[in-house]
Design a protein around this ligand. Sequence first.
Ligand SMILES: Cc1cc2nc3c(=O)[nH]c(=O)nc-3n(C[C@H](O)[C@H](O)[C@H](O)COP(=O)(O)OP(=O)(O)OC[C@H]3O[C@@H](n4cnc5c(N)ncnc54)[C@H](O)[C@@H]3O)c2cc1C
Length: 452
Amino acid sequence: MPEYPLTGLAQHVADPARVLTTPAVLDRLSKDFYWYSPVLKRQLAAKCGDIAIEAIDVGEVLAIAGYAREHGIPVTPRGAGTGNYGQCIPLEGGIILDLSRMDRIEEITSDGVAVCQPGVRLATLEQQANAQGWELRSYPSTLAKATVGGFLGGGSGGIGSISHGMLRDFDTVRALEFVTMEDPPRIVRHEGKAIHEILHCWGTNGILTRIWLALTPAVEWSQCAVAFPTFEAACIFAREIAEDASWTKRLVTVFEWPIPSFFTPIKQVQAPGQALNFFMIATAQAEAFRTAATAAGGQITFSGTYSGPRTQPLLSDYTWNHTTLWAMKADPQWTYLQAGFSATQCLEQTRLLRARFGDEILFHLEFMKTGDGSIVPGSIPLVRFTTEERLNEMIAYCLEIGMSIANPHVNHLEDSGRFRADNIQLQAKHRYDPSGLLNPGKMLSFHPEKQL
Ligand SMILES: Cc1cc2nc3c(=O)[nH]c(=O)nc-3n(C[C@H](O)[C@H](O)[C@H](O)COP(=O)(O)OP(=O)(O)OC[C@H]3O[C@@H](n4cnc5c(N)ncnc54)[C@H](O)[C@@H]3O)c2cc1C
C-alpha cells in the first residue's frame, strides 16, 4: 500500500470522476509499449501508479503538482502511452498524470507555428494544419494515437525527418511552457536553445502544458513501394533519393527480405525474396520518380496517392518502429535495436553484422537528415532475442564497428539515446524538480541530495 495521502487529491480537480483508482485502469495507464523489449518486459510488468488523474487545464496541473510536492508524491506525466522504453511507467508508484484531455489547438499562426496543449493528438494537429496549408515537419508512425506532449517528452522524429531532421533540429520546437515541481510549483516558459533542457526528458524536468511547434508548408504526397533483387541495390537507390535535394520527400525506408513478409495486410506490395523500399514523394514528382526507380533496376510494386493518416494502404504504418510491431506479430521472438550506421560505411557494417550474427539480425533502414544537414541511414534492425547477454554482445559489436546505439532495452534516459555531455537536462532537473518527484528513477545521474 502507498504511504502517500492520496485522498486529498480529489479536491484539486473540478470533477472527481477524473480521479481514477480502479486497479485494472491504473495498470493500463501505468503501461506503454515497453513489452517490445523482452528485458524491460521482465523488469517493468509489475510497476503501477497508485492513482491516476485526468487533468483538463493548467490550473489543475499546478494544483496537483502543489499537492504532490507538499506530500512527497511521485508524479508521472502521460500522453497516449505509446512510448517504447517504459518511459511513462511509474517506477515508484504515485500519481499518473494523464494529460490527454488537455487537447486544445489554440492557434496556427500565419507563419506556420502551432500553439497547442500537450494532449493534442498528432493526427488531429496534422489535419488542422493541412486545412490551413501546413503540415507537421516530422511525426512518429504512431501519429493516430500519440500526443504532441508525449512526442516532445519521449519521441525523436520519424516520417518527415528525411527533410526536416529530428524533433530536436532546426528550431522545430519553438517554445515550451511547463509546470515545475518547485516549492511552490510555477509555470515556466523556455524558448530557443533553452528548450533542450526540457525536450525528450521523459517528463522528468517539468510537465508540459503548452507547446509552440513549427510546421512546414503542406505538400501533396504520393506513396511508392519499389522492390530490388538485393538489399545492396535497394540501399543504393534509397540513398541516391535521400541525398538528392531535388526530390521532395517525406519517407525513405529500406527493408531486407523477409521483413516485408511480416506485413500481412499489404501482401500485394511484396515481391517474395526481394528487398523493398517505401517512399513518400511529392505527387508532382511521382512520375519522374517511378521512371528513376525503374531505370535503377527496381520494380514498382505499389504506387498511389496519399490523402492523410486514414489512407489505405498506408505505407508509413509499416515503417519506423511499426516495423518491429509487425515482426513481433509474426513471431514474438523478434525485438529490435535503434542504431545509426555510418553514412559512408553502411553496407560494410551490415556485412560485418551478418557475418557475425547471421539471421539473428535483419536490416531495416530509415534515412534521415541530421541537425548539420547531412543525410544518414538510421536503422531499427530486428533482432531475434535469445538472451540478454547475446543482445549486449550485439550492441557491443555495433559500437566496435563504428555504429551508434540508442539502447531500447534500458529504462533510463542516459543510455537510451539522449545523453548530453553538456548536462543541461540534469541541471534543469536540479532546478525544477529538486526533490526528484517527476517520473523518478528515469534520470540515473540525478540524486536529490547532490548539489551541482
Ligand atoms: C508502433 C510504434 C511505433 C513508433 N514509432 C515511433 C517513431 O517513428 N518515432 C518516434 O519518435 N517514436 C516512435 N514511437 C514511440 C512513441 O509512439 C512516440 O514517441 C510518441 O510520440 C509518444 O507519444 P505518447 O503521447 O504516446 O507519449 P507517452 O508514451 O504517453 O509519453 C512519452 C514520454 O513523455 C512523457 N510525457 C507525456 N506527456 C508529457 C507532458 N505533457 N509533459 C511532460 N512529459 C510528458 C511521459 O512521461 C513519457 O516519459 C513508436 C512507438 C510504437 C509503439
